[in-house]
Design a protein around this ligand. Structure first.
Ligand code: MLT
Length: 243
């Protein structure tokens, strides 16, 4: 198993694909995806383009669909929801297809959708992802952070570090498993902040953006490690189900 960390989707190679891609967008897309699938949604269908989301979801009756759109942290006009996991209660999502388009997370998913295996991870479901990776042992794994419009994000890299640290617990014995230096950097960031993740979120640029939008409670929720036992896995390009 060789592990790579990419701090934004744009940094992933364009001439190769991993055996397994794990997309991370802690604030908030992959936290929302885990919450929605744990809440019994039929599937999450991700779109980088909001107009495509609206067109495709038109084929589903209103009682069998939820449209969730976010740009800049705020809800997109015409959608049922923004991208707050706290709005995705079981009674709102159970049995429905959850159509989702966000600023970065859904773009990251599109970037890697051709990989043979695509998972999503956040702190709320990190153990479910780690256990699956330990069991399946993909030859190459990319941990793909969504970042913010092409820039680095602290919270995504810390989550990649949490996963990498638990997959490679004793680095000197794992030199052959380290695909790039970003793996070490992510583990170092996680190790520094693992006991006070919420403080890290408050320091992050996107955490501050969300607080300005009155979404402080979302930060609290996104920091709750392993609050959900769910493994979001792609069953066809752009469509994720609970595996
Ligand atoms: C993203 O896609 O970058 C995030 O999910 C944005 C957000 O929901 O605040």
């Amino acid at each position: 198993m060789k592990l790579f960390v990419y701090d934004t989707p744009e940094l992933t190679p364009t001439d190769a694909l991993p055996d397994c891609a794990v997309v991370i967008d802690v604030l908030r897309a992959t936290t929302t995806i885990a919450t929605v699938l744990a809440g019994g949604a039929e599937a999450v269908q991700a779109f980088s383009d909001i107009d495509q989301l609206m067109d495709t979801s038109e084929q589903w009756s209103q009682r069998r669909r939820v449209r969730a759109g976010e740009r800049g942290g705020a809800k997109v006009e015409g959608c049922d929801l923004g991208n707050s996991p706290l709005e995705c209660s079981c009674d709102r999502v159970q049995g429905k297809r959850f159509f989702l388009s966000t600023t970065n997370g859904t773009r990251a998913l599109q970037r890697v959708e051709k990989a043979p295996m695509v998972l999503t991870a956040a702190f709320v479901n990190e153990q479910s992802v780690i256990q699956y990776l330990q069991q399946e042992q993909p030859e190459t794994i990319w941990l793909v952070n969504s970042g913010w419009q092409g820039s680095y994000s602290l919270e995504d890299t810390a989550c990649a570090g949490a996963i990498a640290h638990q997959l490679l617990p004793n680095l000197p014995n794992h030199l052959d498993n380290i695909g790039n230096d970003e793996v070490i950097g992510a583990i170092a960031l996680y190790s520094q902040w693992q006991t006070h993740l919420l403080e890290l979120f408050h320091l992050s640029s996107h955490g501050q953006r969300l607080k300005r939008l009155g979404k402080q409670a979302d930060l609290d929720y996104c920091a709750k490690r392993n609050s959900l036992q769910v493994l979001p896995k792609q069953k066809e390009p752009g469509v994720l189900v609970a595996f």
